[in-house]
Design a binder for this molecule. Structure first.
Ligand code: NI
Length: 155
């Protein structure tokens, strides 16, 4: 088996909170990431596809096609967006790096032209990242619509 990896990056905003928690509990659990008006990250994702090289091309997967898939189904949808509100396939999910791994996986697994999706890594910073290998997981959704995002702007 050969493992082929493509990297991509995007910048986006998010706010981590659970609308079923009190404001105090949200602040205690999510700390700085609970900042009411959100905050930004420069995200990096690494997508690894495994397989055997095609005897005619030597490719497990054509990395140009993988790049195009990542652009169309992930990067173009999340870059310069607010992950809580703007992205159809993220709607209702708390936008942690853990959850992003799973939801990005679901965006591309069934679209690969060859090979098999092996791993998705999402870096939120140089220090924080999560990786996902496709184990079954079901993620709860919440009402994260702006109306639920109790924001008080200091005057
Ligand atoms: Ni954050």
């Amino acid at each position: 088996m050969i493992y082929v990896t493509r990297k991509a990056s995007f910048s986006a905003a998010h706010r981590l909170y659970n609308p079923t928690f009190s404001d105090e509990r949200n602040e205690a659990v999510f700390d700085k990431c609970n900042n009411p008006l959100g905050h930004g990250h420069n995200y990096v994702i690494e997508v690894t596809v495994k397989g055997l090289p095609d005897p005619l091309t030597g490719y497990v997967i054509d990395l140009k096609r993988l790049k195009d898939l990542l652009d169309e189904f992930i990067v173009d949808k999340v870059d310069h967006k607010h992950l809580n509100y703007d992205v159809d396939f993220l709607r209702g999910f708390i936008p942690t790096v853990e959850n992003l791994c799973v939801l990005f996986w679901q965006q591309i697994e069934h679209r690969l032209p060859s090979g098999q999706l092996h791993c998705i890594k999402v870096y939120e910073s140089d220090q924080n990242m999560a990786e996902y290998f496709g184990d079954p997981v079901s993620l709860p959704t919440y009402d994260l619509s702006p109306a639920q995002n109790r924001v008080e702007v200091a005057s």
